[in-house]
Each structure stands twice: as structure tokens, then as C-alpha cells.
Design a protein around this ligand. Structure first.
Ligand code: KIV
Length: 292
């Protein structure tokens, strides 16, 4: 296990609180390896989430359910090694906080030992005991309610949540109870923007939205979505800030053409032999017996 201590100037929870109090929106993206972490850091995001979306985005699964703690730790370590100034958060994968309190603390503690400053977990009222236990163990927790991808089967797919009054009120209540249990922030995914506004206005802690409209205290997107790194159509809530896939595929096509045309590598990308070595080789060749 690699134990990275966070960057000494890393963003803290009191800083996040202060920024929200000043009216500054919080910016969060995912990262899964050192390249995506360095990109997020170069852009100055406030929070880097090593999301369990690594399952669909990087590992080729259809959803996040197959993602394990071992996979998450592997990716979190890679991100932590870049020592980001952003707050580093580990996303608790399916079954890492469902079995027992002891198991949950051990798993969340594994993220902290690897350099995370906080963890995120999905679910409302039923998660209160585990949230309290993690907070008691000095592990800051971000709650995650609304569309919770680990409840994929129970929700019957990835569907916007909280449209009817019963579920909308349940989301409001869950948010308040997560705050009372000690969550320093609550992520709202896939809910109508009016409901996200009500939740944000009801809470003293910041909300982070994804597919939850503009009224949250901050926003999160999967970094591959922001950069357009995945082929195909993006969901409605995504804004692509680059067509990364097409841009990078075009660069690779150019590379392939150059290799096939003998245009790469050229002089600029090649190493030269010192004259003395060239002479030594010529001498050696001249002394080789003629071969019939
Ligand atoms: O895993 C993930 O990417 C998430 C999103 C809400 C950003 O949890």
C-alpha cells in the first residue's frame, strides 16, 4: 500500500465553507489516474473525486456495481501520488459500507491512509449509522442522494429522482438528516433543479450538484464528460467543454499516417552516433572476413 500524505496546502473543509459563505461556487471533477489528476489540478478545481464511475469510464463495466475497494484503492493511490492541492475524496464503492460499521470504517480509513481527506457514500436515512460512525472516526463524509447509481437495480435504471411529492420530500428529509449526522456536504444527483434549490436553501452545509440544476453550492462532472473523451452522445446534464475524443483520435490518425509514410521518426526525434563510434564500427566491419 502506498501512503501519501496530502499536499501541505491542500484545500480543507473550513476553506470550502468559507468560499461558499463568500458566494463562490465549488468546483469538483473526478480523476482516476495521474493524467486526469494533473489536468484537474492544472484547472484549479477545488475537489477531486476518485469516483466509482471509474467502473464505467475506465474499466469497461456497464455500471458501478462491480467496482471493489481494491480497484478504488489502486486508482486513488495513482491520484494521490500527484499530491493535488485540491481536496482529494474517495468514493465508497458498492458493498464497502453496507456490511458492518467496522468494515465501513476500515474501508474509509484505507482511503484516508492513502491520502484522501474525505469520502463520499450513497444513500439517505438508512446510511445515518455509518455516517455517524465515520465522522466519529474523524473521517469527513459527503452524502450522495437523489439518483444514486449503486441503486441502479432498485431504481430501475438511471432515472431522475424526486419528481413526485413523496420522493421530493424524502430527498429534503434525507439531506437534513445527513447534515445532522455530520456530513460536511451533500451531493445531489439527477433531481429537478427546483428541488435542488430547496435542499440547498434548507441546509447549512454546501450542496454539490450533478444533473441537479444551477442552484447548488457547487457542481461536479465526470472529467471524461467535461473533456468529451468518451465517444457517443452525452447525457442531458453534461456540457462538453472539448471534443477530446475526436481531437485525440485525429492526432493518432496523423501519427499513424506519418509512421506509414516514413515521416516519423525524423531527424528531430532521433539520436545520433558520435563520430568516433561510427569510425569504430566501420573499422570493425572492414576487418570482418568476406562471406560468400
Ligand atoms: O463516481 C462518480 O463519478 C460520482 C459522480 C456523482 C460524480 O459519484
Amino acid at each position: 500500500m502506498s501512503h501519501e500524505s496530502p499536499s501541505p496546502q491542500a484545500v480543507t473543509i473550513p476553506q470550502l465553507r468559507g468560499w461558499v459563505a463568500e458566494g463562490r461556487k465549488l468546483v469538483m471533477t473526478t480523476a482516476y489516474d495521474s493524467v486526469t489528476a494533473l489536468l484537474a489540478e492544472a484547472a484549479g478545481v477545488d475537489i477531486i473525486l476518485v469516483g466509482d464511475s471509474v467502473g464505467n469510464v475506465c474499466l469497461g463495466f456497464d455500471n458501478t456495481l462491480p467496482v471493489t475497494m481494491a480497484m478504488m484503492n489502486h486508482h486513488l493511490e495513482a491520484v494521490a501520488r500527484t499530491k493535488p492541492k485540491a481536496m482529494l475524496m474517495g468514493d465508497m464503492p458498492y458493498l464497502s459500507y453496507h456490511l458492518s460499521i467496522e468494515d465501513s470504517i476500515r474501508n474509509a480509513g484505507d482511503f484516508i491512509r492513502r491520502g484522501a481527506a474525505a469520502v463520499k457514500l450513497e444513500g439517505g436515512a438508512k446510511r445515518l449509522p455509518v455516517v455517524r460512525a465515520l465522522v466519529d472516526a474523524e473521517i469527513p463524509v459527503m452524502g450522495h442522494i437523489g439518483l444514486t447509481p449503486q441503486s441502479f437495480h432498485a431504481m430501475g435504471g438511471f432515472k431522475v429522482q424526486g419528481r413526485d411529492s413523496e420522493h421530493a420530500i424524502q430527498i429534503l428529509e434525507d439531506a437534513l438528516r445527513l447534515q445532522d449526522a455530520g456530513c460536511f456536504s451533500v451531493l445531489l444527483e439527477g433531481i429537478p433543479s427546483e428541488l435542488a434549490r430547496k435542499v440547498t436553501e434548507s441546509l447549512a452545509v454546501p450542496t454539490i450538484g450533478i444533473g441537479a440544476g444551477p442552484h447548488c453550492s457547487g457542481q461536479v462532472l465526470v472529467i471524461h464528460d467535461v473533456l468529451g473523451l468518451l465517444p457517443g452522445k452525452s447525457p442531458k446534464f453534461v456540457r462538453r467543454y472539448a471534443d477530446g475524443f475526436e481531437l485525440l483520435a485525429a492526432a493518432l490518425r496523423h501519427y499513424s499516417e506519418d509512421v506509414r509514410a516514413g515521416a516519423f521518426p525524423g531527424e528531430a526525434e532521433s539520436y545520433s552516433l558520435p563520430n568516433a563510434t561510427t569510425r569504430a564500427i566501420q573499422h570493425w566491419q572492414s576487418e570482418q572476413p568476406d562471406q560468400e
